[in-house]
Ligand binder design. Structure first.
Ligand code: BTN
Length: 248
């Protein structure tokens, strides 16, 4: 089924292995092509993890973006996607929304949304990014392995959320932030992310990056979207990717 909604073209499926894999296989799809599914049988998360994707309980959405070159700060795209999700949840009246660096959205400290940004190759057009977004909407419970760390909108609001309604609201927010980024308003994105995330500043953290561990206090985001961490010896490290845990 193809639904039109400017500037998005939404392809909705009942079952897919992964909305991101399907979108990446549509090599010449135009910017703002969106793939959604009622369920994913092989939903993928960051760091080769799987994404729990039961039928009808979540939003499983991937969107194709084709930023106009040169892209100076690509990691801001995944930060702005997290801002868009967090604002969508806040707009629904949910409090205690947080962003765990770089782009996990939490309610009451538990993960309600994960975002996977991937570069994709395409025929004739250069830069192409697929943003995969999974939001736990109506789950009443979770499998044992993630029960302690996951939550859903339902568990917070006690109300069932219509996936299409959440999707449309999210896409509106995403389009607004993406346009701002395109117009060079990087600073607005950084400021908004810092406002929404308790991880941005004054947080003692441990970050596992490729082959090393950085421990220190967060002091904000750099212009590139990297997290700035001041270590015990006073040196400031700028970290673009890694797995964060907070110490207190
Ligand atoms: C994470 O590990 O936090 C990222 C999870 C991303 C899950 C979404 S669901 C829609 C899209 N399709 C996938 O296979 N993964 C992403």
């Amino acid at each position: 089924m193809i639904l039109h909604r400017a500037p998005f073209v939404i392809h909705h499926f009942t079952t897919l292995r992964s909305t991101s894999d399907t979108l990446k296989s549509m090599s010449d799809a135009p910017a703002f092509t969106v793939v959604t599914a009622d369920e994913q049988t092989a939903g993928r998360g960051r760091r080769d993890r799987s994404w729990y994707s039961p039928r009808g309980d979540g939003l499983y959405l991937s969107i194709l973006l084709r930023p106009v070159a040169p892209v100076l700060s690509p990691s801001l795209i995944s930060l702005l996607a997290a801002i868009a999700v967090a604002e969508t949840i806040i707009d629904l009246g949910v409090r205690e929304v947080d962003i765990k660096w770089p782009n996990d959205v939490l309610i009451d400290g538990r993960k309600v949304c994960g975002i996977l940004a991937e570069g994709a190759t395409s025929g004739n057009q250069s830069s192409c990014i697929v943003i995969g977004i999974g939001v736990n909407l109506n789950q009443r419970s979770f499998p044992e392995e993630i029960a302690e760390v996951a939550t859903s909108l339902f568990l917070s609001t006690k109300e069932t959320m219509d996936a299409a309604r959440f999707r449309d609201h999210l896409l509106t927010n995403l389009a607004r932030w993406y346009e701002l980024w395109h117009s060079g308003a990087d600073l607005r994105i950084i400021e908004r992310w810092e406002e929404l995330s308790s991880y941005a500043k004054h947080r003692q953290v441990r970050i596992e990056t490729e082959g090393e561990e950085v421990v220190g206090e967060t002091i904000g985001l750099a212009g590139s979207g990297a997290l700035l961490v001041r270590m015990a010896d006073g040196h400031v490290r700028s970290i673009l990717a890694g797995q964060i845990s907070h110490l207190r």
